[in-house]
Design a protein around this ligand. Structure first.
Ligand code: ATP
Length: 309
């Protein structure tokens, strides 16, 4: 096989419920993931050794300078994992074309890892040995990071545990989003640490999170307004504390007509929901004019997970 090209979506968390810290240092989470049409593209082709190149997608302002191009890159780690599982050498050139903001809370690194799992499994597919099954890829994905299995699955799904145990959610229709990417990322561990610090300071103990019924009903009925009202992110106060300017971005989106607004995951990307495609176009133009973000991008969800093109 000469080259395999895979497209993989970003995610936004429609609900991110953060529970108490577990003994292994992770938090118990309830996550409602939603894959949106903002895609990274990864190409895998045979090479003499493991090579990796990263470029920004045309017209995107992704800060690729902050993406490691060595063995720390999650896509490279995914390729090494697939090779060791199949008992082959990781002789592959990976080229990543990024449109998903880096360290933006949209799981771009996890998306690239999912794309590399799918691409390498296909590239090294050989009739001489059993092909890797979907479940094998999901298991390897969970090993690489809690957001990787969802990037394989796509759609809308509830994740529990560290977020990696997934159940697809019933949804109707398409939701229209506008994303405001900020200059500079936020470190996910730092945002969790700040969340714990804020809770300690307030003397609050974290409740065990559960899936919000109103959110699931909004998804199942395709009711954008109800979905907008049900969006919730327990990490938002921490992200706002670490990056106070995000409050201005969220308020601008609300003032300009968004029917829902929240920080995406650990931030700093802000996500805004619009009722129709046209409303999303208007909101994107208005937000761009307000100058509250580095880049404004429109996207729709749900979309499928990592897909071979
Ligand atoms: P999440 O929403 O899962 O918390 P994120 O969207 O905030 O993640 P990523 O874009 O996945 O953040 O990047 C987090 C860090 O991971 C980056 O700062 C970078 O150093 C590292 N990284 C490793 N591999 C990649 C990759 N392929 N693309 C982007 N970042 C990567």
């Amino acid at each position: 096989m000469s080259a395999v090209r895979v497209r993989v979506p970003a995610k936004v968390n429609l609900q991110l419920g953060v529970g108490p810290i577990r003994e292994d240092g992770y938090h118990d989470l309830v996550n409602v993931f939603h894959a949106v049409s903002l895609f990274d593209e990864l190409t895998a082709e045979p090479a003499d050794g493991l090579e990796l190149a990263v470029e920004a997608a045309p017209y995107s302002r992704v800060a690729i300078g902050r993406v490691p191009t060595d063995a720390r890159n999650l896509a490279a780690r995914a390729a090494v994992l697939v090779a060791s599982r199949l008992g082959v050498e990781p002789r592959v050139r990976l080229r990543i074309r990024k449109a998903i903001p880096v360290a933006g809370g949209m799981a771009g690194g996890s998306a690239d890892a999912a794309a590399a799992l799918v691409a390498c499994a296909r590239l090294w597919d050989d009739r001489e040995r059993p092909a890797l099954a979907r479940d094998d890829l999901m298991e390897m994905g969970a090993e690489l990071g809690s957001d990787v299995p969802f990037a394989l699955l796509g759609g809308t799904a509830i994740g529990v545990g560290r977020g990696e145990r997934l159940t697809p959610a019933l949804t109707r229709g398409t939701f229209h989003w506008v994303f405001a990417a900020a200059d500079g990322g936020l470190s996910t561990p730092a945002v969790y640490a700040e969340c714990d610090r804020l809770r300690d300071a307030a003397g609050e103990s974290a409740p065990r999170p559960s899936v919000a019924e109103d959110l699931m009903t909004a998804l199942a009925t395709g009711d954008a307004k109800a979905l907008g009202a049900a969006l919730a992110n327990d990490l938002q106060p921490a992200a706002l504390e670490l990056r106070p300017s995000l409050a201005r971005t969220l308020n601008a989106g609300r003032d300009l007509g968004a029917i829902g607004a929240l920080v995406s995951g650990s931030g700093p990307t802000c996500a805004f929901l619009a009722e129709t495609d046209e409303d999303a176009a208007d909101l994107a133009v208005a937000l761009d004019g307000a100058g509250v973000a580095e880049q404004i991008v429109r996207a729709q969800g749900p979309v499928p997970g990592a897909t071979v093109l």
